[in-house]
Design a protein around this ligand. Sequence first.
Ligand SMILES: Cc1ncc(COP(=O)(O)O)c(C=O)c1O
Length: 427
Amino acid sequence: MDEFSALSPESLRSLREELLKEYTRFQERGLKLDLTRGKPSAEQLDYSDELLSLPGSGDYRAADGTDCRNYGGLLGLTELREIFAPLLQVPVEQLLAADNSSLSLMHDTVMHAMLFPLPGGERRWVDVERPAFICPVPGYDRHFSICQKFDIEMIPVEPTADGGLDIDEIERLAASDPRIKGMWFVPKYSNPTGVSVTDRQAERLAAMPTAAADFRIFWDDAYSVHHLTDDQITIAPIVRLCEQAGNADRVFVFGSTSKVTFAGAGVSFLGTSPANLSWYQGHIAKRTIGPDKVNHLRHVRFLQDADGVRKLMERHRENLAPKFAKVRQILDEELGGTGVAQWTEAYGGYFISLDVLDGTAAEVIRLAKEAGIALTPAGSTYPYGNEPRDRNIRLAPSFPPVSDLDTAMRGVTICVKLAAVDWLLAG
Ligand SMILES: Cc1ncc(COP(=O)(O)O)c(C=O)c1O
């Protein structure tokens, strides 16, 4: 297909006529398709159905004899922590296993830091004038909602030209101002760009000088085992790197089995330095007597060990890879060579990040909605829902069946082209 920007106004107008016809035909089908949230499909959830019959009647004791039906054990079941310690690259004694959501661990960590000084910090964040977080963009909207809730200013950091992390800018910001208290970061197969941190970047994050003594990286390793190809990426062990750099307390690592076993009914993890861990434990001890150890035990029996997790993730990959391939195929076929869109190649995780022509993302999303395709709201991958260039759209291919994805993506590409042609004609 020709580059749209090279087309004459007459060619653009006749292309518009064609696209409008395609769009109307699509709209008339009265479809209802959804590419919004990165949820596992029902078939993926089926892989873990055995959990529903575990641990089994009369079989409720942990390896050390703990009766999992009873209170206690704030750190979670040791054998569960042993399974995930190598996967999250955190020493087992520094890894806490919790309940069903890593997002709630992130929320609570921010909340506790607002209300109680962190190790190394002199003041509560709530007493700091305009506390701020560094937010690499595009990023995960729910991270941004946490900052918004606590009135933490978000400072977006755009990727470098090759799509990678702008580590120079992050270093500059972190060193520039003591009110900058933290940073959100999805280090592997990131939401939504799929990018992973390089070893050198991880070393620099661990070692960079920060103006705030209580600066923390919220290292959200949500996709640590979620590979989509044979190029299985291993990232650097950030807890160890921080320790080696003399900044042991710099990082909180988060993870969960939401996209391993059951979404919202799995187990979650927080890994960090001994000082941070005892700070965190001290605070949660007031809100809970301990996590759901029955669910911990169930997960231990089902997953068995780190290899058990890897095998299960192979099944997820078999299910997901064709869906990602389908989305890519349609983007290639329909938008390749048009010059009005570019998209990421996902090696893992749950998303493809689609950049359309500047100034047209909101219009693409509106057109898609009117044709029965729900896309993630415009701007949601940016702090405050405000994307200055109005070009990023997060695609989540996991939930719909491949046939629906095919239809939905054909529809999306019509919308991308139509919005681009309109923008160029208005130009
Ligand atoms: C980057 C990231 N972190 C966290 C979550 C949510 O994790 P959980 O279900 O453990 O709360 C998601 C879900 O999409 C995510 O993409």
